[in-house]
Design a protein around this ligand. Structure first.
Ligand code: ZN
Length: 128
């Protein structure tokens, strides 16, 4: 689990570096309005774009979801709550006018960065 968390942080750092190099300015771990103790991994405030990079284990990636052998019932409940929490976070942000982009931790960093850059262009175009 520790390794999973570490990998995801490395991924997030790599994505942040790529975006920064493209001149994108953002905030990290930006508080989610109305929901205490939750944060947006990468928030591009000006256009209200919220980017999340969800670790495969904790967020229940359909390809890599796995269940620890011990305490299965506890883990099943815990991971289910995480997924519900993510859905609630997404719904809240959308209601408040944010665009939400979620990527799995297994996605390549340059693929995530390219996708975010395309999204930013699309939003900027729509804003005129
Ligand atoms: Zn995955």
């Amino acid at each position: 689990m520790r390794a999973t968390v570490g990998r995801n942080n490395a991924k997030e750092l790599a994505v942040r570096a790529l975006l920064f190099r493209h001149g994108i300015r953002f905030r990290v771990n930006y508080p989610v309005p109305e929901l205490p103790r939750r944060s947006i991994d990468i928030a591009i405030i000006r256009i209200r774009l919220a980017v999340f990079i969800d670790g495969c284990f904790w967020h229940g990636c359909p390809i890599h979801r796995s269940m620890p052998k011990a305490n299965q019932r506890w883990w099943a409940e815990k991971l289910k709550r995480n997924i519900e929490r993510d859905a609630e976070t997404t719904a809240t942000l959308i209601r408040l006018g944010w665009t939400v982009e979620r990527y799995w931790g297994h996605t390549h960093d340059s693929e995530i960065a390219d996708s975010v850059l395309r999204k930013i262009s699309a939003i900027n175009e729509a804003l005129g």
